[in-house]
Design a protein around this ligand. Sequence first.
Ligand SMILES: Cc1cc2nc3c(=O)[nH]c(=O)nc-3n(C[C@H](O)[C@H](O)[C@H](O)COP(=O)(O)O)c2cc1C
Length: 199
Amino acid sequence: MKNQLSKFLGKTAWALEAPLFFLFLADIRRNKMITEHNGYEYKNNTIDYFMNAVIDASLAMQNLINSAEEFGLGICPISMIRNHLEEVKRMCHLPEGVFPIAGLSVGWPDENNEVSIRLPMKVVFHEDFYNDKDMIKQIGHYDKTIECVKPIPKSKQRHVNVYGFNKKNTWSENISRQMSLTERKEFKKWLKSHGFNLD
Ligand SMILES: Cc1cc2nc3c(=O)[nH]c(=O)nc-3n(C[C@H](O)[C@H](O)[C@H](O)COP(=O)(O)O)c2cc1C
């Protein structure tokens, strides 16, 4: 299965070199089957229950991540799997109402990297009221820290084919570049063709 999957993943094929590769499935099918089996009409093929299913799968993934890391294993979540939903669906016999939110590589790490420096708490945590007054300033500090401690290598600059190489190779520059081009344009259409009404 991993060999087949790695053929679809192209540049991300390295993710399948790990001994284990999990797919985390958002599943609205199960409750639909239960409801209909008990003689009721299923009326929650909605965006809200779609979100519940995605949250359930995300929490399961995070739990596996925590447990794996507790044992000294390394992990890497892989969204790239969503670029190949049709192939994955066929390969893994995914019925309508079931799709992989992400993959997860799990294996013994070759090397022990430092944990990446995370965004400052001031940016991601809001006490009582949402407040992004200083957000851009804080991100500026964060960019400087990353530049000093672990600069983003040129090879990881996003969309150089569109924007060229940029001297300002900061974290926020890279995120901005990534966010400036739409990814997975076909995702919603695919979901709708696969049992998710998203009402
Ligand atoms: C849900 C999710 C999906 C991701 N998908 C991919 C992916 O498809 N390809 C990739 O190279 N990195 C992907 N990443 C990023 C890596 O898994 C990892 O987070 C990144 O290398 C930075 O890790 P660090 O912040 O712990 O250093 C994803 C991360 C998350 C949380």
